[in-house]
Design a binder for this molecule. Structure first.
Ligand code: CA
Length: 227
């Protein structure tokens, strides 16, 4: 699942776009202001950014400029306002890849997201579909895993868990977050199940599962993948 950061401050737009993007099987994070967005982009690993220009704290144009100055090449689609032609020109000059003018049809935006992801597949964003961590390699697209060059047997669910951690690496991920994002709203799965999955994963990916180096427990909160 490609992951998208939606940077937008209007709650209705956040909700509407998130629903539509998730329906198309994208993973969506939301930032409500420019400064938060910049932090999330720097720390996270997104495949694409949808960036509104009019934002609190820091404008979308400034976010775009800083992202590109840091050498981050994640594709960016700007949301510009009708009549603000200058923003569109400036956005593209600052390194945005595409733009959509508000008010827009959600179909148009989805088409542009899809086209841009196809265009930049495998070239931008930092290799979203593949994780390399120490001796461990996981190809999320083909569900194949290697450890020190040898095939490693991970179940599809284990690979999905690793993918979620990889997209949120170096951040604490709560059990609830994992439940919601990896299992969906399956009521039969409890947080105890999550813990059991993590224990099994450690047996497979850690040199010393009792003293994990990659998949750490954050007591009272959840887990963190160190990368
Ligand atoms: Ca706005």
């Amino acid at each position: 699942m490609p992951s998208i950061l939606l940077v937008e401050d209007e709650p209705d737009m956040q909700r509407g776009l998130r629903d539509n993007l998730e329906f198309e099987k994208y993973e969506v994070d939301i930032a409500g202001d420019g400064r938060t967005a910049l932090k999330m982009i720097t720390e996270g690993a997104y495949d694409l950014i949808i960036l509104d220009i009019m934002l609190p704290a820091m404008s979308g144009l400034d976010v775009c400029k800083q992202v590109r100055q840091q050498g981050i090449t994640i594709p960016i689609i700007m949301l510009t306002a009708r009549g603000e032609e200058i923003d569109k020109v400036l956005g593209l000059e600052l390194g945005a890849d595409d733009y959509v003018t508000k008010p827009f049809g959600v179909r148009e935006l989805l088409a542009r997201v899809k086209a841009l992801l196809r265009r930049t597949e495998g070239t931008a964003g930092g290799g979203q579909e593949k994780m390399v961590l120490g001796l461990l390699e996981i190809d999320f697209a083909s569900y194949a895993a290697l450890r020190a060059g040898q095939p490693l047997s991970l179940t599809p669910k284990e690979i999905e868990i690793m993918k979620y951690f990889w997209h949120h690496r170096n951040k604490t991920v709560s059990r609830d977050e994992l439940l919601t994002n990896v299992w969906g709203y399956d009521q039969t799965i409890s947080s105890r199940t999550v813990d059991n999955f993590i224990l099994k994963l450690r047996q497979k990916i850690e040199d010393d599962p009792a003293n994990p180096r990659y998949l750490l427990t954050i007591h009272g909160v959840g887990y963190k993948l160190i990368a």
